[in-house]
Design a protein around this ligand. Structure first.
Ligand code: NDP
Length: 498
């Protein structure tokens, strides 16, 4: 990478990764770039630290994680400012992101023992002389690779759950937001100074690749589907299990009995918060014919009021300058294929900003409908009814989240969406619900963070049976007699042969 300075594009300067504000070009962070040997060493140190951390037990970890949570809450403005400077998002968006992350730390810390700790499970009649015990033991070291768009929420969505489960974590933040990643691990080290339980390694994609090959016991990846394939391929070499939180192209469905004001408000926020750079952001809307025109008018009116700029606005700059080319290409593709911009359009692209853009009549084959745009743009399509909306929403290989506005059929529609998550009469809200799992299907990935499933994702199940009485019907022994086997046959027929 050269030292030519384009605002927002990280550079490597004398072995340091330097991140800059996409709005002003001001330096945001300067962190040493890790070599392959550094990555391996970080993982080796984490392994020893992880044993100490696991030894603290659920109660010891819970105390420390709640202290970390408190530190984040106390310093929320400071962290939000750093997120704002390094990634460009408005401070208010950064605050909401951090609040969500704090909530996840709290829940993971408080619930890990209940969900993962040793417990008895029921025995079955056929082995009634044994008791059954289950627990989830930590993997050891979990590697976390995170994107830049939610540099607090996404790594913590994996790291907090992995830590609560008793693992050490080595984080590779995006090269666009290394300072935020370092802030997170430094704050953790303040409350857990004894051992390097949660650390970071910095650099470009090759450092992420090195982490995949470093001997971590599990790899949690959040980022694009293209990179996810590379991560899986690297992890396949060592059979390292992976969790993939990939991209999305989430749809919102507006049914005929929807509250249109609420739908328009949530649609504009869900599509344009963080300048649309949200994996679960609303990018496509399917509104039924009866409400289409009124809904589009309301969306255009609301989106047209959003302010765009570096400070104190609703929409900040696009974080990765090259993403602007993707956004421009999608808007152009929509227009050349017969779509219309009812707000914004090609002229809305004013680097480093993109102004709100609402596109209608865009064919479903267009890149604007099929590919992740990651900008403050929406396509709104007219559909006959909710059935057509569902089939169009489900037509892509992505399947992350989604949203439904309506009354009578909303739950049924949400359940039919081919996605890991859905919110009814709101957008994106499932991400903040720490009791619910988060993750996608298809090209959006597999595995789950958040909630009980998210805790179990970072523990290996350990199953133990224990004899509590002599076997009345011996079967799993060479000491069994033909009579025992005959009685077994009789018993199984009596139990299951009907
Ligand atoms: P990328 O896939 O480009 O990068 C993600 C991370 O992977 C970065 O830290 C990156 O490092 C690293 N990386 C790059 N190459 C490799 C490699 N060969 N091996 C290992 N790691 C590598 O995604 P973005 O950072 O651009 O993030 C945006 C994407 O993330 C969008 O597609 C979005 O939908 C998705 N996303 C998904 C979420 C979910 O929960 N499902 C949540 C948020 C975002 P570097 O930056 O240094 O290149």
């Amino acid at each position: 990478m050269t030292a030519v300075h384009i605002p927002g594009v990280p550079v490597i300067d004398a072995g340091q990764l330097v991140s800059t504000s996409p709005a002003t070009g001001a330096e945001a962070g300067r962190l040493p770039v890790a070599t392959d040997a550094d990555v391996r060493q970080a993982v080796a140190r984490a392994r020893a630290a992880g044993e100490w951390w696991a030894g603290l037990g659920f109660t010891g970890r819970r105390q420390r994680m709640l202290r970390w949570r408190a530190l984040l809450a106390k310093r929320i403005e400071q962290l939000a400012e750093l997120v704002h400077v390094e990634g460009g998002k408005p401070v208010a968006d950064a605050i909401v992101e951090i609040v969500t992350a704090i909530e996840h730390i709290d829940w993971a810390a408080r619930n890990a023992g209940r969900v993962l700790g040793p417990r008895r499970v029921r025995s079955r009649l056929i082995l009634a002389e044994f008791s059954a015990h289950l627990e989830y033991q930590p993997y050891g070291v979990v590697g976390v690779i995170g994107p830049w768009n939610y540099p607090v929420f996404t790594p913590i969505g994996s790291a907090a759950y992995a830590l609560a489960a008793g693992n050490a974590v080595v984080l590779k933040p995006s090269e666009y937001t290394p300072a935020v990643g370092q802030w997170l691990v430094d704050s953790f080290a303040e409350v857990v100074p004894e051992q390097p339980v949660f650390t970071a390694v910095h650099g470009l994609g090759d450092v992420g690749a090195a982490l995949c090959r470093s001997g971590v016991d599990k790899l949690a990846f959040t980022g694009s589907t293209v990179t996810a394939r590379k991560v899986m391929a690297a992890c396949a070499e060592t059979l390292t299990p992976v969790l993939i939180e990939g991209g999305g192209k989430d749809a919102m469905i507006v049914d005929s009995d929807a509250n249109l004001d609420a739908a328009a408000e949530a649609c504009v926020w869900g599509g344009m918060t963080n300048a649309g750079q949200t994996c679960i952001g609303i990018e496509r809307v399917y509104a039924v014919d009866a409400v289409f025109d009124a809904f589009v008018d309301k969306v255009v009116a609301r989106a047209g009021r959003l302010t765009v700029g570096p400070e104190g606005t609703d929409i900040g700059p696009i974080t990765m300058p090259q993403q602007i080319d993707v956004i421009r290409r999608h808007i152009d593709a929509a227009i050349t294929s017969g779509g219309r911009a009812v707000l914004g359009g090609p002229s809305a692209v004013q680097p480093p900003y993109v102004h709100p853009t609402v596109l209608v009549d865009v064919p479903e084959e267009s890149a604007a409908v099929r590919e992740e745009t990651f900008g403050p743009t929406l396509t709104i399509s007219r559909v006959r009814d909710a059935d057509e909306a569902v089939s169009r929403a489900n037509a892509l290989s992505y399947g992350l989240g989604g949203s439904v506005f309506g009354r009578r059929h909303a739950v049924a529609i949400a359940r039919r969406l081919r996605s890991g998550m859905a919110s009814i009469n709101s957008t994106l809200t499932f991400a903040g619900m720490s009791t619910l799992p988060f993750g996608g299907v298809g090209d959006s990935g597999f595995g789950r963070i958040h909630g009980e499933d998210g805790l179990r994702e970072f523990g290996r199940s350990k199953a133990i049976t224990r004899r509590r009485a002599r076997s009345l019907l011996p079967s799993m022994t060479f000491d069994r007699t033909p009579t025992d086997v005959a009685r077994l046959v009789k018993a199984i027929k009596a139990m299951y042969g009907r």
